[in-house]
Design a protein around this ligand. Structure first.
Ligand code: PAF
Length: 310
């Protein structure tokens, strides 16, 4: 069985209208293609929640900072469709750039606050591009649910904020980061790592685990982050773009762990930029879950498919 593909808003709406006539609920899984197990886990979650699941595949030019990066982005529609078919996704929506941004297109959706700092500081315009295309995808699909991974945590919080602010009638469903068995968060960029870099890459996740644990136990934020940053560089990363503790809901910087928080990082390993984040657990969870997670990472025995660390 192959997954049906539509390429225009008109075709998309006609298929969805038919589903709606039979009372079906609809979920969307927005992607830029180059699908990996992280994306497929979103699709599986969506299939459990809704009667019909649309995967969108659009390499959105508005969220790229450089033309070279956009040109280099993998385009693997056939392989993506082949991965989706056995899961039972109902529709693949693959608009081209003129369908998404016809001549005269002049609107930008910009979400203040959560889009500032972190990736927003290093990728100017990126989050405006994300917010604009995701708003369009929500309006084009009219889906009841949309599924996003927690790995792009700033993106997730920005989309939640936008949905709330603009009264878009959709439920955003966050899904845990999917990891390799050694802890490395799945990313389309991981294929760019050389074998030597791939061996080093999981240290980012293990340092995050150790650091989150220390912070939760009351270690002071700034010195602890400085040590973690040094550890990432010693492990072989070329540059730490940012390593910060932010309030989980609003992504504002916090100086002590006095509310739900995220430890969030972007770092360069050779020519590859990797991002990751972890919730900083409340101390009541530490005795049970966090040491186990640390131990599994350290021992390389974690079987981390879709583990949401506390
Ligand atoms: O996370 C992504 O793949 C993209 O940023 C998204 C949400 C599909 C928007 O282009």
């Amino acid at each position: 069985m192959s997954v049906p593909i539509v390429r225009t808003v008109a075709e998309l709406r006609s298929v969805i209208a038919e589903w709606r006539r039979s009372g079906a609920s609809v979920a969307a899984v927005p992607t830029m293609g180059a699908l990996h197990e992280g994306h497929l886990s979103l699709v599986r979650s969506a299939l459990k929640k809704a009667d019909r699941v649309i995967v969108t595949l659009f390499v959105n030019p508005k969220q790229f900072n450089s033309a070279a990066d956009l040109a280099a982005y993998p385009r693997t529609e056939n392989q993506d469709a082949a991965k989706l078919a056995p899961l039972g996704a109902h529709l693949l929506y693959v608009p081209d750039a003129t369908e998404m941004y016809p001549a005269g297109f002049a609107t930008t959706v910009s979400v203040a606050g959560v889009s500032e700092g972190l990736c927003g500081a290093f990728r100017p315009g990126h989050f405006d591009g994300v917010a604009t295309v995701v708003a369009k995808l929500f309006l084009q699909t009219g889906a009841d649910f949309a599924f996003f991974g927690e790995k792009d945590f700033q993106q997730l919080q920005l989309i939640r904020r936008m949905v709330q602010d603009l009264d878009i009638p959709i439920t955003v469903v966050p899904c845990p980061t999917v990891r390799e068995t050694d802890g490395l968060a799945l990313s389309s960029r991981n294929v760019r790592l050389s074998p030597a870099e791939r061996a080093v890459a999981p240290r980012l996740a293990s340092i995050l685990v150790e650091t989150a644990e220390r912070l939760a136990r009351g270690s002071p934020v700034l010195p602890t982050l400085a040590e973690a940053r040094a550890g990432i560089l010693t492990a072989g990363y070329r540059e730490v773009e940012y390593l910060e503790v932010r309030g989980e809901a609003d992504l504002q910087p916090i100086a002590s762990i006095d509310r739900p928080a995220r430890l969030i990082v972007a770092a360069w390993l050779g020519e590859t930029r990797l991002i990751d984040n972890l919730r900083i657990p409340s101390s009541s969870l530490l005795a049970d879950q966090m040491p186990r997670a640390c131990h599994e990472f350290a021992a390389g025995t974690a079987s981390l498919i879709a583990v949401r660390l506390p």
